[in-house]
Design a protein around this ligand. Structure first.
Ligand SMILES: *[C@@H]1O[C@H](CO)[C@@H](O)[C@H](O)[C@H]1NC(C)=O
Length: 417
């Protein structure tokens, strides 16, 4: 899509977005009062906690959900133990580790999670993880559901020797596997040869690499503690520099190294801080998301709880976004660790509509760009097309405490002089 030389449109877009973001940051700096805008904060919080009943109603009307649900149910049934009112207590009391998915047949989120859960069960079995995966239809077996204290759907619970723990991992198969292994005694995978490293790269796309001359000492211990404490990212440990370079090519010859690897253009990020658990975890928080995240039902809670409180949302059609991703990543790279860039499929009503409603744009079909500053609970709307139109020169940003307008084109012209 992009020729080698960036197109004028791309430059224009980049510049526009820079200005938009610079503007947002300026506003943020000049509007430091966090209490001015409680109403909007409430609106945003409501978005985060979508009403279960409403979801239920919306999802019942969706035929695509139904068919995929039937498909995944048969798939999961083969691998995952089915619980009922009679066997549930026996299963959780009789096993050291049981990971239970409480679901309801009408729930779209459950249907989305089910195949991931089944895939994770297969992978964990192959890895020899001492964990039993089970599922409970809480609609059909309310007695068992109340025994497990399952209230919403889907609910994931880990039972360790009969005592439940809240699930704190991600919701893809890969993330479920990572979390389950961390909680069942394998927080770090050790890789000892180049061929093992190559094999590992086939299965893992995002991970933290630690290079240690010896797997001991205070620095190494902090690394392992961080691996246990983190809930989402697989950690690997290596002691051979040549093996480490398969995982992280730019590694400098050193005895102590930590870096994160991600499956995207911004693939390698070395860690430069002290070998202390808190600092390693903070580095992860700021670096584990891709340059541009796609919002889904399953990752929305993670996105909202990110420490990156400046978030720019692009509501677009899938096809439009395909062409847009690369230039957007360029922009996102410049704002790494400062602003989170999130894409939402505008035709995905459950996800897009609540946000668009905040701006009175629930009927929108074309691209909408919004920004949230969750520290001062302000929202912003870019009231113009991202496609440049030389004759259109008014760009208006709407912010919650008041209205701010500016002509970005004018500023663009001024900046160029
Ligand atoms: C579970 O109980 C067994 C038997 O008492 C014990 O050996 C094991 O360490 C316990 N597991 C955990 C993770 O606490």
């Amino acid at each position: 899509m992009l020729s080698r030389k960036p197109s004028p449109q791309f430059l224009y877009f980049t510049l526009t977005l820079f200005l938009l973001l610079a503007f947002i940051i300026a506003i943020k700096a000049s509007e430091p009062n966090p209490n001015e805008d409680d109403e909007d904060l409430e609106g945003f919080e409501e978005l985060m906690a979508l009403d279960e009943e409403e979801e239920k109603r919306e999802q019942e009307g969706s035929p695509s959900v139904r068919s995929s649900e039937a498909e995944v149910l048969t798939r999961a049934q083969r691998i995952v133990l089915e619980l009922n009112n009679d066997n549930t207590k026996r299963v959780i009391d009789g096993n050291e580790f049981v990971l239970i998915l409480g679901y309801a047949p009408w729930c779209a989120r459950s249907a989305e999670l089910m195949p991931q859960f089944a895939e994770a069960a297969t992978a964990l079995e192959e890895l020899g993880t001492p964990l039993l995966m089970a599922k409970l239809d809480a609609d059909r077996y309310p007695k068992a559901a109340s025994l497990l204290e399952i209230k919403g759907f889907p609910t994931l619970l880990l039972f360790v020797n009969g005592t439940s723990q809240v699930y704190t991992g991600g919701f893809s198969a890969e993330e479920i596997v990572i979390w389950a292994r961390k909680k069942t005694g394998v927080p770090v995978i050790r890789i000892s040869s180049v061929s093992e490293a190559q094999e590992f790269l086939k299965n893992y796309h995002t991970f933290v690499t630690g290079l240690f001359e010896k797997f001991e000492g205070p620095d190494y211990e902090e690394f392992v503690k961080a691996a246990i404490s983190d809930n989402e990212v697989q950690f690997v440990e290596v002691s051979d520099i040549d093996v480490a370079k398969v995982l992280f090519p730019d590694i400098k010859d050193t005895n102590h190294f930590i870096g994160i690897v991600k499956n995207e253009p911004e693939r390698y990020t070395p860690y430069g801080g002290a070998f202390k658990i808190d600092q390693i975890l903070q580095f992860l928080e700021f670096n584990k998301f891709p340059l541009v995240s796609k919002l889904t039902e399953l990752n929305s809670a993670r996105v909202y709880s990110s420490p990156l409180k400046l978030q720019v949302f692009f509501f677009m059609e899938v096809d439009a976004f395909k062409n847009f991703l690369e230039p957007l990543q360029e922009v996102a790279r410049k704002f790494k660790s400062k602003i989170m860039f999130i894409y939402i499929d505008i035709s995905d009503e459950n996800l897009a509509k609540p946000f668009l409603t905040l701006f009175g744009l629930e009927e929108a079909e074309n691209t909408v760009v919004t920004a949230f500053d969750n520290r001062i609970s302000s929202k912003f709307l870019l009231e113009s097309d991202l496609t440049p139109d030389p004759h259109q020169h008014r760009r208006v940003l709407h912010t919650a405490p008041g209205w701010y307008s500016l002509s970005l084109l004018q500023i663009t012209a001024n900046t160029r002089q």
